[in-house]
Write a protein that binds this ligand. Structure first.
Ligand code: NAG
Ligand code: NAG
Ligand code: NAG
Length: 527
């Protein structure tokens, strides 16, 4: 059985490798040429058309539709083939484009080999910091007479717990023996049971033995574990064995993290001023900012507005419930978001651009309601352009394992599913730049201040797997400037243009570096 398993795995891996090799050599990843859309079924078709044979070993049938979905740690980025270019086709069926970050970043770098090795070192120490024994794979062997806890055992650093669920289930022996072994802690017993002999109490290897099985099991229920090596947020695999059988289970070693609760007064009708702070960043647009503030005041006269200002010639913006923070000239977009969010004292922070304005459709109560009633951390609304076109800018993001060269980032238009009880709301991985978030969670992800110009999705890429995000199309803010026609470029096209053709090469380099080095991506695809 294990043999069969290995073979099958080998086969799958092998097809994956063939695939990558081909994608890399034939497309060099920059290509928008011969490959069709990146759904794997057509990839397999492509492979067989190109006479790459997936051999079916005797007795094993490759179930291709499943096999090709298996994560292979050999990801690649493939763009859509350039098809017919009808006037609106890109708008209706946004094409997937691919970008080779490795190439783009290393090509302009004076010492590519050095930067690759520094990236590899940084990644290996990052892995060391984030790895605990709880990440490792443990296989329970068949027919073990040992009973033990599979998961859920937690000890605080340097504290002691009783290990729950330990027992030996066997019979017919003249005497019974079990042992426990640890590296970050020691064992002992909280009570002694008559007829059981103990060896190694207070040490990291303890043996319990008795001719009486029920006495031994009673003794096992009193076994304690004490963490002795101080290293919070780690784990260890405790070994529990008897003659001929070994088992492992994980003990997590972690502090009880203090909660962060906000006292926003009694619930009932949501008091927006007590729950929400508006955060914005302004640059060269004081007239627009004034319109935003005036419109907010019509609906929310006492909500606090935090303004991060990096203008060269700052003008004071005054009024009740307004806090303006001055920054050095041109510090930029994400630095401003960080500063504004850092000053928020309410449970929620609402991000708005300085050229937005509120209308009666800008219903913050609805946004608060969804965050209060679900486990979402952040909810985006919709932005209505002067033309009447309303955008929610929903995206899904995924990161595929790619081995030594780095991982692959994939961004697509769309969402995951609607939220039960909120028919206008869906779950996505990234939303528009009008969103309400839990202040703590937004701060924890943060905004990389090196991203000074075009940046938005980067925040959501950093928050992937950490922020639980929703998007509601019926909470609408209006956009004052930028006449945007519905048949004009879509947001993602603009994002793409900014990303690829940003006029400032220095900025483009920083962008590539953040994706290539900081996030350790080798390439990306997007719509
Ligand atoms: C492998 O076997 C399955 C089932 O017989 C078949 O559908 C598939 O096409 C075969 N694959 C190849 C590459 O021959
Ligand atoms: C075995 O241990 C159990 C529990 O400690 C005890 O009740 C029982 O009397 C013991 N049996 C013998 C034969 O000692
Ligand atoms: C709402 O919250 C603000 C700020 O905490 C407070 O000043 C105000 O009295 C509250 N309003 C109500 C109706 O509770």
């Amino acid at each position: 059985m294990p043999n069969l398993h290995k073979k099958r795995l080998g086969l799958i891996l092998c097809t994956g490798l063939v695939l990558t090799v081909f994608v890399w050599t034939h497309l060099g990843l920059s290509g928008r040429d011969s490959l069709p859309r990146q759904d794997k079924a057509s990839l397999f078709q492509w492979i067989s058309q190109n006479k790459i044979i997936l051999r079916n070993e005797s007795g094993i049938t490759v179930k291709q539709e499943i096999a090709c979905k298996v994560a292979l740690n050999v990801c690649s980025c493939i763009s859509d083939r350039e098809g017919f270019q009808l006037p609106f086709s890109n708008w209706i069926f946004p094409r997937v484009w691919a970008h080779n970050l490795e190439g783009a970043f290393l090509e302009s770098h004076p010492n590519p080999e050095e930067i690759k090795s520094v990236r590899a070192q940084e990644y290996s120490s990052f892995q060391k910091r984030s790895y605990t024994a709880a990440n490792g794979l443990i296989v329970a062997e068949a027919n073990s007479p040992l009973q033990f806890p599979i998961q859920g055992v937690v000890v605080q650093p340097l504290k002691t717990i009783i290990l729950p669920g330990l027992a030996l289930k066997t019979n017919g022996a003249a005497s019974y023996m079990v042992y426990l072994r640890a590296t970050l802690g020691t064992f002992d017993v909280a009570a002694i049971v008559e007829g059981v002999s103990l060896k190694g109490e207070g040490e990291n290897h303890m043996t319990l033995s008795s001719p009486n099985l029920s006495a031994l099991n009673k003794q096992l229920s009193f076994v304690t574990y004490t963490n002795t090596v101080f290293h919070p947020r780690t784990a260890e695999n405790v070994e529990f064995g008897t003659g001929g059988h070994r088992s492992f289970f994980t003990v997590k070693i972690q502090h009880k993290t203090p909660s962060k609760l906000y006292n926003s007064g009694p619930q009932g009708d949501y008091n927006i001023s007590a729950l929400v702070t508006l955060a914005t960043k302004t640059f060269l647009r004081y007239d627009k900012l004034k319109d935003l503030i005036d419109s907010v005041r019509q609906y929310y006269p006492t909500v606090t507005i935090v303004i991060a200002d990096d203008n060269q010639h700052p003008q004071p913006v005054t009024g009740p419930y307004i806090e303006q923070y001055f920054m050095p000239f041109g510090k930029g977009w994400f630095a401003g978001r960080n500063l504004a969010v850092s000053q928020v004292t309410t449970k929620y922070v609402l991000w708005v651009d300085d050229d937005f304005y509120f209308t009666s459709n800008t219903n913050l109560e609805k946004m608060v309601d969804i965050l209060e009633k679900t486990t979402l951390d952040l909810v985006g609304g919709a932005v209505r352009e002067a033309t009447g076109y309303t955008a929610t800018y929903r995206h899904t993001i995924s990161v595929e394992e790619g081995g030594e060269d780095g991982d692959c980032l994939h961004i697509r238009n769309g969402h995951h599913h609607t939220i039960p009880g909120f028919p206008n709301c869906v779950v996505a991985d990234a939303v528009i730049n009008f969103f309400l978030g839990r202040t703590d969670k937004v701060r924890e992800v943060g905004f990389n201040p090196r991203l000074s110009r075009a940046a938005h999705l980067e925040f959501f890429i950093d928050g992937l797997g950490f922020l639980h995000i929703g998007s509601c199309s019926d909470i609408i803010v209006n956009h004052a400037s930028k006449i945007k026609l519905p048949w004009g470029k879509t947001d993602s096209e603009k994002e793409y243009d900014k990303f690829r053709y940003s006029s400032n090469p220095e900025y483009r380099k920083i962008h590539n570096e953040i994706f290539y080095f900081t996030n350790r991506f080798k390439c990306m695809t997007s719509q």
